[in-house]
Design a protein around this ligand. Sequence first.
Ligand SMILES: [Zn+2]
Length: 380
Amino acid sequence: MRVLLVAVAAILGLAAVAASHAATVAADLLRVRLGGDGSQARIVIDLDHAATGKVIADGSADRRVIVVLQGVSAVTAQGAGSGLVKTWVVDQTGAGARLRIDLATDATIKRRFLLPPADGVDHYRYVIDVAAAPGAPPVKVVKPREVAALRAPLPLKKVVVIDAGHGGHDPGAHGVQAIEKDINLAAALALKARLERTGRYKVVLTRDADVYVPLDDRVRVAQRADADLFISLHSDSGAEAGLRGASVYTLSDKAFARATRFVKADDWYMRASLASDPGVSDILFDLTQRATKNRSATFAETLVTNLDGHAPLLRRSHRSAGFMVLLAPDVPAVLLEMGFLSNPQDEQRLRDADGRSEIVDAVARSIDDYFGQTTKLAAR
Ligand SMILES: [Zn+2]
């Protein structure tokens, strides 16, 4: 392993490999290897297949690098680094394998590239070079003995984005007394508090006040947060007062074609594409979408199961629909209609904090179940 690393480093012209650490990781992501010193670091990720990387953080903020290898599966793994790299963690997100590197000083990604199998190496390698910023505080390079004693970091918290539908000049549906935007926000705030209490989630809200947020901004919030799950909370209204119950929506096939166009018009994805063959990124993007759709459906079914018995459900409660807000193609997303404001019992239940907390608890249980399942799947 060390011989291979030195060979790769020599080919690519890395001046000094002061130390190397390797860890075996299952799934498509085979291994993470580190080399470098106090001023530069090379991270080599051994992969089963080609992949594009998306930079979520380049090191310039919080001395942290986050790169998502799109469409790559990984089990959670972590390790101590040395020199410039303090610690690293790999885990699975909706979009692919996420590598987080905590840096010992101010540094940024200098270059990234994919190496195809060559020179006796039978697999792909994704390489990230990080260099210390000019004038960065020097790094004390710890000896291997001390490296082993460093405490491994806790696994990353899952990022859940909660979107309270409507707001500001867009009130949404009306009940006799309730206004949808207020019900949605109250439920979103309660769900945020409920999830944060567990210590397992980082929760981001698309709005935390009575303000209008355009739909595409809500999608961008999820993308920028590198969300593992996006849940949009709404309240229905129907022409018949008898119509009541919650329902869950995911993206339909038709809307998925729209999702592709929406994102391609936007440079956040294309900018991230690194593959030398432009066809590869299209294929990977398509695969990412498929995986995301499956994950969304899995979460939707979990949600329906958890809501059952705690809140009335519409028949065929998991429906697919082309909601703009679900068009974040690499973030598993569902839209929950919590009930009908046009129905007196539903309105009463949704206006009441205890009534809402039944739904909020069911959603929180679903999120626990969902991430429990994905962890198990990734560990197989
Ligand atoms: Zn709505």
